[in-house]
Design a protein around this ligand. Structure first.
Ligand SMILES: [Zn+2]
Length: 696
């Protein structure tokens, strides 16, 4: 699993398994996979409002998350193979069952299939499912790479091998990606970011909370066992593990905190190649660029110059032997999911430490998820044929139109923003372009060469193909039809450089999006998701980009100051929340997501009321008024139970708050909530006007 791969997306959920997505704004923490719930007899229909999930001993005005989801939380145990379960898992179970059928069939037909993509997904998945062959091979397929690492004699060779491994998805300390030039979004640029850690964030190496010191101890032993699996004798493996952890700790020290690593406006440092040589003279940049196959870009965005200087000094000061141990470890941990059972079991140790998972998922599920990650557009094509009807697209488009109109009304009535800033904001809002369901143009995988066996060869080939495909665009016009998530993905994102909102088919399904449900429910869940992504363009970072996706300050000094002042209320609010045990929510790290949550629900509510114009108030259903159902559906969309290990990891590294606060921290900002549930002054969720976010 890639852990610290750069992305620039803002999402709905937390965490991104895809590499090269750093700059997008996602909806959810973990991008995984998902189906429009067709009548699939295995699964009960998913309804948003189910009283059996409520806990009516919780007062809705004090703990709305508990009120709507408390019954479910009390009776639910997270299965050992997962770090979270809930609405996310319900949806993904359906999706994965369908994907499994598609893949089983493709694997059976792989030899004779006339369609190249079917052959590809069949080959990839089939090679993964061949557990006998995978177990027999052990780490043998990695031999040539291990030999290359062993043969390193100079720092120039070291950097070349690092860059080449990075290309295959192996973490290193000089991570790079293709993303549009921040100030000229029509042209693809080459960016250097930060990374190279084996644990999820620098805090794991640097903080002295007892949980983290314990993890570091176990992690060192885990690295040692992983190196021993690659044939190192036990004693030298343990000694190497200590060198690896020492080196990663040094890399962590030179990294910037997660809350700063999301500040686009401070990540723009275009640097001429010659200046890069002066900035980091001990890195052999010529060898580096030739190993990345990007050619030699004239200008490089060094997103975090201090990090590159720090790595440069480590390249000079750490011994070649230390770096060799580090690269062997990184190769092992990156490929373990594609190697024999002992590697997979050992990789589970790291998942236990950082996510609380204690059991491997069934092989078909791991292989299905790996296929989606590796060649997800080939798989997604089959998926949408089976699972995404055209009506779903039309309904989503209609909701987006209403949300956009609601946001426009809000902008119109703002008293704190000057007319000149408003004019730019309108321009940007009008220009936001939606992508719904799946790409118009499918990815061409014809250059990806897959083999019947061994699996890990395919695994690395797919990573390399994807890196090369993206890097080949550097210096060229940006292809705005690109998708950075696969169609079955249960997530959504805002991409600042494209000024676009993207909703894969996988998230447009019940209970979040249900063509048979009332509009209150669809607006409360999917409407809020659309609102979340739409307003990312105006969150504390998104606001630095303009209508065409360029980083350009379109704010007057006074309006900027007003924005910061208003955003500070949200920072302070979330700083006061506990994520888990002694770990607080970081109000600065989560600011953009919290603003998007609050603004998203606010305009979703407006948009829903707008859609009712001229119609009578909908009648109550199941004893709840339509207004109540709107907010209940929103709380249901965050019905998740999360292991404490995962909560801790997220608290330090993830820009999204815990699900409880994504509900309880948000609803009180919408005045209609208190009205719908009869909240009184003094109820903790009934926020007084001066406690509400006054941005939109
Ligand atoms: Zn988001």
């Amino acid at each position: 699993m890639s852990r610290s791969k750069p992305t620039f997306l803002l999402t709905r959920k937390r965490a991104m398994p895809f590499r090269l997505m750093r700059f997008l704004c996602l909806l959810l923490p973990i991008a995984a996979t998902p189906v429009l719930a067709q009548q699939d007899s295995v699964f009960a229909p998913l309804h948003a409002v189910d009283r059996a999930n409520f806990d009516t001993t919780c007062a809705p005005c004090r703990d709305f998350f508990g009120y709507v989801n408390g019954g479910w939380l009390a009776r639910t145990t997270i299965p050992p193979q997962y770090s979270i379960t809930g609405v996310d898992r319900d949806i993904q179970d359906r999706t994965e069952a369908l994907l499994r059928r598609i893949l089983d069939k493709a694997a059976r037909d792989a030899k004779n299939a006339t369609d190249a993509d079917t052959r590809r997904i069949g080959l990839f998945y089939g090679s993964c499912m061949d557990s006998v062959r995978v177990d027999r091979e052990g780490a043998k397929p990695l031999r040539s790479r291990l030999d290359r690492i062993a043969a390193i004699r100079s720092r120039a060779q070291l950097v070349g091998v690092m860059a080449e491994l990075e290309r295959e998805g192996v973490n290193g300390p000089i991570p790079y990606l293709a993303y549009p030039n921040f100030k000229n979004s029509r042209v693809m640029a080459f960016h250097l970011y930060q990374g190279g850690l084996g644990l999820p964030d620098r805090d794991f190496y640097l903080r002295n909370d007892s949980q983290f010191t314990a993890i570091r101890r176990e992690y060192t032993a885990h690295v040692g066992r992983m190196l021993a699996l690659l044939d190192s004798p036990k004693d030298s493996a343990d000694a190497d593990a200590r060198r690896v952890v020492a080196l990663e700790t040094a890399i962590a020290r030179t990294s910037i905190p997660a809350q700063d690593a999301r500040a686009f406006s401070r990540l723009y440092h275009p640097t001429a190649r010659a200046s890069l040589l002066r900035m980091a003279p001990d890195i052999d940049w010529t060898g580096f660029f030739s190993a990345t196959a990007v050619g030699a870009p004239d200008t490089i965005n060094v997103a975090i110059p201090g990090f590159i200087r720090g790595v440069d000094s480590l390249i000079r000061t750490a011994s070649i032997a230390d770096w060799q141990a580090y690269l062997r470890w990184q190769l092992a941990t990156a490929t373990a999911p594609a190697l024999s059972t002992p590697f997979q079991q050992e990789a589970l140790v790291l998942r236990r430490l950082t996510r609380g998972e204690t059991q491997l998922k069934p092989r078909w599920q791991r292989c299905q998820q790996a296929t989606d990650q590796a060649i997800g557009q080939a798989l997604g094509r089959e998926y949408v044929k089976a699972a995404f009807p055209p009506e779903a697209k039309a309904r989503t488009q209609a909701m987006i139109a209403n949300l956009r109109a609601a946001m426009r009304d809000r902008l119109n009535t703002l008293t704190w923003m000057s007319d000149s800033t408003k004019a730019e904001a309108f321009k940007k809002l009008d220009a936001v372009s939606p992508k719904i369901g799946y790409p118009d143009k499918w990815r061409d995988y014809s250059k990806l060469v897959l083999v019947p066996r061994p699996y890990v060869t395919n695994y690395l080939a797919a990573q390399r193909f994807e890196t090369d495909r993206q890097l080949a665009q550097v210096g060229k016009p940006v292809d705005r039809t690109e998708w950075r998530m696969t169609p079955p993905t249960y997530n959504a994102y805002y991409n600042p450089a494209f000024n676009e909102i993207v909703f894969p088919a996988g998230i447009l399904q019940p209970p979040l999006f249900d063509p048979t449900a009332d509009d209150a429910v669809n607006y409360g869940a999917t409407g809020a998701t659309i609102g979340h992504e739409l307003t990312h363009g105006f969150d504390d970072q998104g606001r630095y980009f303009d209508a065409v996706g360029n980083l350009r300050n379109w704010w007057t000094t006074q309006d900027s100051a007003q924005y910061e002042k208003r955003a500070q209320l949200v920072v302070d609010q979330y700083n006061g929340y506990i994520a888990v045990d002694t770990f607080h929510v970081n109000g600065r790290l989560t600011l953009g997501e919290n603003i998007a949550d609050i603004a998203g629900l606010t305009i979703a509510y407006d948009a829903w009321r707008r859609s009712l114009a001229g119609k009578p108030e909908p009648a109550p259903i199941d004893g709840f008024t339509a207004k109540q159902r709107f907010f209940i559906a929103y709380a249901v969309s965050w019905r998740e139970k999360v292991r404490p290990e995962m909560e801790r990891t997220w608290a330090v590294s993830n820009p999204h708050s815990s699900v409880r606060w994504r509900v309880n921290g948000v609803v009180g900002h919408v005045p209609a909530f208190a009205e719908a549930f009869g909240c009184k002054a003094g109820d903790s969720l009934a926020r007084a006007p001066e406690q509400r976010m006054q941005i939109w």
